[in-house]
Design a protein around this ligand. Sequence first.
Ligand code: PPS
Length: 304
Amino acid sequence: MDIGFNLEGLEPTSVKRSKLMEVEGVPFPSDIAENWGLIRAFQARPDDLLICTYPKAGTTWMQEIVDMIQHGGDPQECARAPIYKRMPFIEICLPRRINSGLEEVEVMPSPRTLKTHLPVQLLPPSFWEHNCKIIYVARNAKDNMVSYFHFHKMNQWMPEPGNWDHFLENFLTGKIPWGSWFDHVRGWWDAKERYPILYLFYEDIKEDPAREIQKVAQFLGFKLPEQVLNRIVHHTKFENMKANPMANYTTVPSCFLDQTVSPFMRKGIVGDWKEHFTAAQSERLDDICARELRASSLSFRTEL
Ligand code: PPS
């Protein structure tokens, strides 16, 4: 077992649907839970930037935006490697044998940009100790759940999702990998009061990508000339990222991500939930969201 996303040598037969195992009450694929000690001990550096999301909330989109900002809007630079190599996923553990991916992250030159889906209470403490900058992207629960459902089907390492109704129950009770969506978005929302966290929404980026990209640039201390900003907006449009092999995960073997089941870059819209939820399910989730988010100032848009 290795930590990291170093896919060379991934044995097709070694990729199996995961069982869930809890870490401090949060379910994870067992490969992650079994390596928890190593993940928790991860050594962040003060100039690390962390991109954090609940799974399927727009991580890859933000990663590509950040990489373009960091490289002056040069798409060639951003084509240097697949996104999971440019910005490693710190807690991923895959069944394979050669070189540890964690070692790869450790020897990466600074400044590193890293990805995580960890809920706030499980972030390796060294990120807090170094006061690392963090960009959090949140997506409304309904679209987030739809995307996660399809991802469970195509990702052969995730647990079997069951049918839509079954998955909905598990989503509502947080019995899915990385746990409760509600706890995740709320926990990180509260943490932004204490740490340098830029909290963004998928729906806002979709509505006005230039405006949100400017927020990211400002947070990272970059000034973007208009021409560069326009190039970033263009390069990170859904259609362009879907066609970009360095961003669309088609470089990952199909024994792991089977894109014939559902593409990684699936629809990239706000409101696809309307194709999946019954009226009763939609109302139920609205009620739960209202209750769960009442105490915070956090609110989500489910359509634009
Ligand atoms: S992962 O596996 O957790 O890292 O996935 P993540 O990247 O967070 O989420 C994948 C969803 O984001 C959509 N996506 C985009 N939407 C709009 N614009 C751009 N450029 C973009 N890039 C990725 C992707 O299509 C997944 O959402 P769905 O709803 O399934 O299409």
